[in-house]
Structures are given as structure tokens and as C-alpha cells.
Design a protein around this ligand. Structure first.
Ligand code: HEC
Ligand code: HEC
Length: 363
């Protein structure tokens, strides 16, 4: 056997040993960038603008500065990159899919080791409206730049518990050089840069081009009778007092940001002392299953809950009680339910769901 042949035989063995030793104790800081190719435009997409029926409007970051197109471009690649998980198996987008309002279609998503998450994945859109509330079902993260690394480090989601090694891993992926250079002026990879660019991309996902948004400028002349009736029922039954209209049906401009809606008499997930963040309803038709534990498969089941199944408990919000203190029974007719669902469907923004600037850039 000549020298070269021996080398060829030894090489795979060496690579294998390396891979095994990394897998056992240390994060997998080796990854295979050789086959990666990215489909990115020569000048960046306009992440700092959102299309609406009255033209393009500015898009803002958490501190209300205009978004940066190059940072958001870098963030887009990170969002879709499986290298951000310990074993290169899941990306943010695995549980936040563009087709589904940036949520997942199962109650509990599978993380890097196929273990289920403890809560239902949340749709991502209009995060700028969440900046005074906090992120996650219990709003435990109050700053987006600390929030974005939580899933990467999470022992179920992406498993990168040595978060200090994430910059090292990204520095070893050559396709990031140019992206970081464009966003920050040098190729240096730092945690701060990764956090900020991911967060910039998340904030760029804004849905403002729904039938509802268009209707706001037209006195809802674009609505069917059923959608109009659904909107009226939504307001009369105080749905709109919690899911605030002004903020993409989130709660940021309302006085209540968290509530218990009587899903159970006793909940074994404490939330925030029994309360949960009031979720945004933009794109709600796409983000099922519903609630923090994904217990309702579809909007019919959600309406059956509000209609007749609200459970009394010490934390139940007053909006869901009668003045006597008894639990409210909205008792919607089948037609009412269909109308409310028709109304909720007007909150879907297909522009966001099909816009290339939010899609997977990996070929
Ligand atoms: C394995 C599935 C999974 C992966 C991977 C994942 N997420 Fe999530 N995401 C979730 C779940 C589940 C929640 C709700 C968690 C909670 O409330 O405790 C969530 C919540 C969020 C929220 C909160 C939205 C809001 O309105 O408060 C944001 C933002 C988010 N994820 C962004 C990301 C980013 C960025 C990444 C990648 C770095 C990522 N996620 C990776 C499952 C996942
Ligand atoms: C007291 C405030 C409050 C009222 C009133 C209210 N909601 Fe909710 N809604 C919430 C909260 C909080 C959640 C999340 C609860 C959880 O997961 O534990 C929620 C969840 C939802 C969801 C599922 C969101 C998701 O992302 O999974 C839908 C849909 C919804 N509500 C629609 C309605 C409709 C329709 C009405 C009126 C019939 C209504 N809500 C009335 C606070 C409220």
C-alpha cells in the first residue's frame, strides 16, 4: 500500500473520531458548509418597509429606530440555518414556518433531539406591538435581543447550552463573512451581532395587508355580511377588549396584557400566576392549533370554548363573567360561530406568507 492510499483510508477514520468526540461532550462546532448555497438578491430586500393598502409604510425595531435591511438579511439566513442547533437538525423556521403564520402546525413542536416543546409555538408577526408586553406565552423575556438566544440555548428546542460557542460555530461558516461585513462593516462575529440581526429580521415580519386593514380605510365596504356580523359579535362579546384592534389584535394599547380565559379549573402550567399573554390574532387562521398548550385544533373549537365551556377559577378574567359573578355563557349560534370565524379570516395576510424576503434563502 503506498503512502497516498494509506492517507485516504486514514482520513475518514480521523473525521469519524472527531465527530464522535464532539457529539459526546462538546457542542458540534464542526459543520459542513461545503454544500451550502444561498439565494439572496444583489441588493437587500426592503425590510424597513411594509406593504399596505395605502402604500409602503416604515418598519421599526424594538427601540423604534428604522430597521436595517442588511442586518435583517443576515438575520433571515440565521433564522433558516440549522447550524444554530447543536446537531444541525433544527432551525428557528422549523417551528416558525412562513406558510403557517410563522407558527407550527402541531400542538408541541419537536426540538433537536425529537423531544416535544412544553408549549405551543407562537406565530411571529408585528412584534413591534409586543415590545411593551414581553415575549413568550408568559412574557418572561422583555428584550428581543435576549429573547432570540433563548431557543438556541433551550435544552428541548436547539440544545446549544454553551451559548458562548455559537459565535465560534458561525465564524467557521464561510457564507456568513460577506453578510456580516455588509451588516456591520467588518467580518467579526460576535454574540451581540447575531442577537441583533436575528431580532431585526423578526421585527421585519409585519402583517398590515389583510382584508381587515384594507377595510379600515374603506369603512369595511369590502366585507361580506357574514364578516361584518362576525366583527360586531367580536366587539359586543368583549373579544376586542382583550385582543385589541389597534395593535394587530394584540393587547399593547389596552389596559390588560395578560388574562386567564378559564381553560381549566386548575391549570398545571402556571403561566404568569395563572395568566397568559393575550395573543395577537393577526394571521390567526394560519397558526393553529391554539392556546398555550395547543389544545384546540381549529377555530371552531376555540369558539366552542368561549361559547359554552369557560371554566370557573380564581383567576378567570372579569370580562368572561356576568355581573353576578357567574361564568359567562356566550351561547353563539352555529351561524354566529361561522360569522366570527369569517371575521377572523379577514386578519390573514397572504402578502407576508408569500413574500420572498421572509422565505428560506438556502438552496
Ligand atoms: C423546537 C421548536 C422551536 C424552535 C426551534 C424555535 N422556537 Fe420560537 N417558539 C417555540 C415555542 C414552543 C414558543 C413558545 C414558548 C413559550 O412560551 O415558553 C416560541 C416562541 C417564540 C417567540 C415569541 C413570540 C411572542 O409573540 O411572544 C419568538 C419571537 C420566537 N419563538 C422566535 C424564535 C427564534 C428567533 C428561534 C431561533 C433562534 C426560535 N424561535 C426557535 C418553538 C420554537
Ligand atoms: C379576558 C381577555 C380575553 C377575552 C375577553 C377573549 N380572549 Fe381570546 N385569548 C385571551 C388569552 C389570554 C388567550 C391565550 C390563553 C391561553 O393560551 O391560555 C386567548 C386566546 C385566543 C385565541 C387563540 C390564540 C392563539 O394564538 O392560540 C383565539 C383565536 C381567541 N383568543 C379569540 C377570542 C375570541 C373570538 C373572543 C371572544 C369570543 C376572545 N378571544 C375573548 C384573552 C381573551
Amino acid at each position: 500500500m503506498n503512502y497516498h492510499m494509506k492517507q485516504l483510508l486514514l482520513l475518514p477514520a480521523a473525521v469519524l473520531t472527531l465527530a464522535i468526540s464532539y457529539n459526546c461532550s462538546k457542542p458540534n462546532i464542526k459543520s459542513d458548509p461545503a454544500n451550502v448555497s444561498l439565494d439572496l438578491p444583489s441588493s437587500p430586500f426592503e425590510y424597513n418597509k411594509v406593504s399596505t393598502s395605502i402604500g409602503k409604510l416604515n418598519n421599526y425595531y424594538e427601540d423604534l429606530t428604522l430597521l436595517d435591511n442588511d442586518k435583517a438579511t443576515l438575520g433571515r439566513v440565521l433564522f433558516y440555518d440549522k447550524a444554530l442547533s447543536i446537531n444541525n437538525s433544527v432551525a428557528c423556521a422549523s417551528c416558525h414556518s412562513q406558510d403557517h403564520g410563522f407558527a407550527d402546525i402541531t400542538a408541541f413542536s419537536k426540538g433537536f433531539a425529537e423531544k416535544p416543546t412544553e408549549r405551543n409555538s407562537m406565530g411571529i408577526s408585528n412584534l413591534v406591538d409586543e415590545r411593551n408586553i414581553g415575549y413568550f406565552w408568559d412574557a418572561r423575556e422583555t428584550k428581543i435581543e435576549s429573547m432570540v438566544f433563548a431557543p438556541i440555548a433551550n435544552h428541548i428546542e436547539m440544545g446549544f447550552d454553551r451559548i458562548d460557542l455559537i459565535s465560534t460555530k458561525v465564524s467557521n461558516l464561510p457564507y456568513y463573512n460577506d453578510l456580516i461585513q455588509k451588516a456591520y462593516g467588518t467580518t467579526e462575529v460576535s454574540e451581540e451581532r447575531l442577537r441583533e440581526s436575528l431580532a431585526q429580521f423578526l421585527f421585519s415580519i409585519v402583517s398590515q395587508n389583510t382584508k381587515f386593514d384594507i377595510g379600515m380605510y374603506k369603512g369595511f365596504s369590502n366585507f361580506t355580511a357574514s364578516e361584518k356580523n362576525g366583527m360586531q359579535l367580536f366587539n359586543e362579546n368583549l373579544c376586542g377588549s382583550c385582543h385589541q384592534l389597534a395593535a394587530g389584535f394584540s393587547s399593547s394599547y389596552g389596559s390588560i396584557k395578560f388574562a386567564n380565559i378559564g381553560l381549566d379549573k386548575n391549570d398545571n402550567d402556571p403561566g404568569i400566576n395563572g395568566l397568559y399573554k393575550i395573543p395577537r390574532l393577526k394571521n390567526i387562521a394560519l397558526t393553529g392549533p391554539y392556546m398555550h398548550d395547543g389544545r384546540f385544533k381549529n377555530l371552531e373549537e376555540v369558539l366552542n370554548h368561549y361559547s359554552e365551556n369557560i371554566q370557573d377559577n380564581a383567576k378567570l378574567h372579569g370580562f368572561l363573567k356576568e355581573s353576578t359573578g357567574a361564568v359567562k355563557k356566550m351561547e353563539f349560534s352555529e351561524q354566529d360561530k361561522r360569522d366570527i370565524i369569517a371575521f377572523l379570516n379577514t386578519l390573514t395576510d397572504m402578502t407576508t406568507m408569500t413574500d420572498k424576503k421572509f422565505s428560506n434563502p438556502f438552496n
